[in-house]
Design a protein around this ligand. Structure first.
Ligand code: KIV
Length: 279
């Protein structure tokens, strides 16, 4: 049995050590599977809006949605560090509101850390949440919660000025107290520059191999997602095909009266059956 992963395990990894692994999970079953695979960190991402709730983006996800799904994941008691995403609108109105919502993810959602998107503009919020005793993961580069402002989920840091901005954002959130930083959808060189700049681990998603770790979405890794995926997503299995095939076989067997068979039926004691029949 492996040891419980804590924030200390994530931060104390020396540079150049084995890359960290993170995957999303939105419910108990996915969390159990991810944990059985030995992942270091499980993120209850606000992408649950897309992959679990069927929205087209993450904007409609509420604090209640996040708390509900975090609780489900937490019931798997993963050895992986459990991180919950603060959704759109939950840390933008005031610092006090942000702290209250981070507390909810810890207290009601049973998370062990929270993640929020943004750079220099988020420093006061990050400082206040950390001051409340809550570990925070930053998220720089592409922040899908700002996709309307950005004109879509587009790669960030493509010009030298923008690249400088991403590096400055990462430095600011690290200085504000983040213990790790997700870096999303930036050129590989920018991911590398961020990783060199900050002393906390960087977890890349479309940010190249020089990050200190990688994160992907569960449904895209196992092939449960049928729609389009971004370039950075890699599918390692076709779970959707396996599941559709299993359900189709079940339907065939029911329609052909091959299921339920003797093995899957409750049988009666012979004498009791005789008595029952004779009535
Ligand atoms: O919400 C999410 O799933 C994320 C990851 C893609 C990093 O933020």
């Amino acid at each position: 049995m492996r040891d419980k992963v804590t924030v200390r395990h994530i931060t104390k990894k020396p540079p150049g050590s084995t890359p960290l692994t993170m995957i999303t999970a939105y419910d108990y079953t996915a969390a159990m599977l991810a944990d059985a695979a030995g992942v270091d960190m499980i993120l209850v991402g606000d992408t649950l809006g897309i992959f679990a709730l069927g929205h087209t983006d993450t904007i409609p996800v509420t604090m209640d949605d996040m708390v509900h799904h975090c609780r489900s994941v937490a019931r798997a008691h993963p050895k992986a560090l459990l991180i919950g995403d603060l959704p759109f609108g939950s840390y933008h109105r005031s610092v006090a509101d942000a702290v209250d919502n981070a507390v909810r993810l810890m207290q009601e959602g049973r998370c062990e850390a929270v993640k929020l998107e943004g750079g220099r503009e988020r420093v006061p919020v990050i400082e206040a949440i950390v001051a409340a005793g809550i570990p925070v993961v930053g998220h720089v580069g592409l922040g899908p919660q700002s996709s309307h402002l950005l004109g879509g989920n587009v790669v960030q840091g493509q010009t030298a000025d923008q690249a400088d901005g991403v590096v400055a954002d990462a430095g600011a959130v690290a200085d504000a107290g983040c213990f790790a930083i997700v870096v999303e959808a930036v050129p590989r060189r920018v991911g590398a520059a961020v990783s060199e700049e900050v002393s906390v681990p960087t977890i890349g998603i479309g940010a190249g191999a020089e990050c200190d770790g990688q994160v992907l979405v569960f449904h895209e890794v196992v092939g449960l997602h049928r729609g389009e995926s971004p370039r950075f997503a890699k599918r390692y299995a076709d779970a959707a095909a396996t599941i559709v095939d299993a359900i189709a076989q079940y339907c065939d067997e029911v329609r052909e009266r091959r299921f339920p068979d003797k093995e899957h039926s409750y049988l009666m004691d012979k004498d009791e059956l005789e008595r029952f029949r004779s009535r």
